[in-house]
Structure formats: C-alpha cells, structure tokens
Design a protein around this ligand. Sequence first.
Ligand code: UD1
Ligand code: UDP
Length: 359
Amino acid sequence: MKVVSVVGNRPQFIKAAPLAAALAAVADHVLVHTGQHYDAELSQIFFDELGLAPPDHEIEAGSGSHAGQTAAMLTGLEPVLTAERPDVVLVYGDTNSTLAGALVAAKLRLRLGHVESGLRSFDRAMPEEVNRVVADVVSDLRFCPSETAVRNLTAEGITDGVHLVGDVMVDVARTFAPAARRSDVLERLDLEPGGYALVTVHRQSNTSPEAMPALVAVLEAIDRPAVFPIHPRTRGALEAAGLLGRAEAAATLTPPLGYLEFTALLLSAAVCLTDSGGVQKEAYLHRVPCITLRDTSEWVETIELGWNRLTGGLDATAAAVALAGLVRPDAHPPLYGDGDASARIAEVVAAAPLASWPP
Ligand code: UD1
Ligand code: UDP
C-alpha cells in the first residue's frame, strides 16, 4: 500500500510526524511539501525535531494571494499524485495546502483521508472554514478529533467514512513533552515558571496593518511578563503600521520557535493568549488557561469547560477582563483521545482497498 501525505504548514508537519511513524508499519509513506511555509523556523525545524523524514517531493508554491497560492499547489500536485499512484492521500487540518491536496486527489479519483475532519467555526469569513468544509465534502475517510466534530458532520448529512479517532496532536504532545521539559528556553528568556503569558497571533483577520493598534493594546493590557514568538506575517504588519517598537516594549518578541521550545513555554505559562487553533487545544492538554483572541473557536469543548475564553477578536478590554478572572477548572476530561489517534488512523488506512489504475 502507498499513502501520500500532503503537508505545507507548521501545524501540518507536526500532525504528520506521528502519522508517518504509525504508517511506516503498514504502507510506503510518501511526503509531499507544498512549500506554503518555507522559512526554516516554520518548516525545517519541525522535520529536525520531530523525526519526520525529508519530503519526497517539494512543490515550492510559496506565498501569495489565496488564488495564486492555491493554484500553484494545484498545478504542482497533480503530476506528483498522478506519478505516485497512491492508494490513499492524506490531508491535514484546514489550510490552503489542505484544500489543494483534497481537490487534486478528488479530481484524480484517489481515495482521500482528511485528518482533523469535522471542525467548524461556522464563520465563512475565515479562509480555513472554507478549506475544511470543502475537504470534508470530497473526502472518503474523515478522521475526527472530537465528538463535536462528528456531530458537525452529521448535521451536514455526512455520515459515511466518519471515524472518531482522537487528535494526533495529543500523540505528539505525549511523545515530545519530556524533551520539551528539558529545554532551557525559560532561563534564556529570563522567565519564571508560572509567571508569564505566552502569546501567538497569525490569523488573517488579526494581521492587517489596520489591526495592529488593537494588537499592541492587547499586549499592553497583559498584567504580567509576556513572551510572543511572532509569525513573520504579524511582524510584517507591525512594521508596516510603525508599531513594532511598541510591541517590543510590551512583550518579549522572539522568532517563531520550534515545537520543543514552544511547548516548554506553554507548559510553564500562567496563561496563553492566542488566535491559533492548535495552541488552544495544546493549552487545554497541558492544563494552561487560554484566552482566544477571536470571536469563534472550533474547540468549543474547551470553552464550555471554562479552560478557554473568547475575547471577540483583538479586544484589550475583553482580554484584561479575562486575565483578571483566570480560572483553572477542576474538570479536565480527555476530550481529544488518549494519544493513539495516529495508530487508529493507520489501522483504518491499512484496511482501505488498494486502488486500481487508472482509477
Ligand atoms: C497559514 C494558514 C493558517 C494556519 C497557519 C499555520 C492558510 C490560508 N492559512 O497561515 O490556516 O493556521 O498557516 O501557521 O492556509 N511567510 C513567511 N515565511 C513563510 C511563510 C509565510 O514570511 O515561511 C509570510 C508571507 O509574508 C506570507 C504570510 O506569512 O504572505 C502568510 O503566510 P500564509 O502561509 O499564506 O498564511 P499563514 O498566516 O502562515
Ligand atoms: N508552534 C510552534 N512554534 C511557535 C508557535 C506554534 O511550534 O512559535 C506550534 C504549536 O505548538 C502547535 C502548532 O505550532 O502545535 C500550531 O500552529 P499554528 O498556530 O501556526 O497554526 P494553527 O494551529 O492555528 O493552524
């Protein structure tokens, strides 16, 4: 059996790492990198740290408008998937790389699996919502991380090929938390365990130059030291708005970090302020209260349990209120599985029929 994984962004390298290990036992696993993320700190570092083999194919789509970037991936992926003739194609999450991989596989009539299927923010203004809805519709195997995700698919009439397997990021967190704990990043950044806030911001709606005064106001509203590993897009917007200096005065800005250093910072943070999907979930896994700088979340269970609060976007007043009322609820059920999601996905993939060519 041959399985092709299409990846291109930071969180996808992280999600593919445990799956590559699990799939090695049942299939020839081919990794295709779309090139959506290309800076070493958004790409290569995850291959180095998490033991992911180098990509077999690199599309080098790079940055661009949604249409331009997705088009470059589509035209790059089609000949690769045609030549590889996989039995199953896997796409991950909700980025433009997910969308491109899903569309090419579906048009070639290849069996398609969507890892992290069924998540919804119900906000079509988010490019990620469009990507995940399309990927779910055209998939054959839908690997859901949570019961909520299964319910979302059911509500859309999607019940075939739905597998509740848990979240592969739990697998990664369990495997790599011990190595993260050995990191010296707190000492290097002069941070006290439990004494600081960890911030990440990269979402399209929060990274226009016009949004930067509100971002700086949020940083200035944080009532303790703050560390902010900053995405290049966000740094660029702060520079364009002439507000990088004020951001640097309010928080310790670092380049994007590798998974181990970032996880080390998360494990010892008093609170996390983020607009990331994956970081909300990891904050829950590591029992760190989270303040989500958005008006919606796909990880609604963390909000219902009180571990996560929405501010309605980059709203300094709402962030200050949330910081003043931080809680660590007693209830902490295993919402996203037990760390065996990759093994369960590999089991389902291995049971899929082999493709006949031409399909
Ligand atoms: C993308 C995904 C988002 C995901 C995130 C994970 C889409 C639409 N967005 O957002 O869902 O949460 O990845 O981190 O797919 N840039 C660099 N170096 C790089 C890559 C990007 O400097 O290696 C800069 C470029 O100026 C680029 C901008 O960041 O235009 C945005 O990159 P892009 O990949 O389009 O979106 P992300 O914000 O990274
Ligand atoms: N992450 C990282 N370094 C950072 C910021 C985040 O390794 O500087 C990891 C984080 O632990 C999580 C993933 O990147 O596993 C989340 O990716 P991101 O926030 O870029 O995307 P999203 O999850 O929102 O799609």
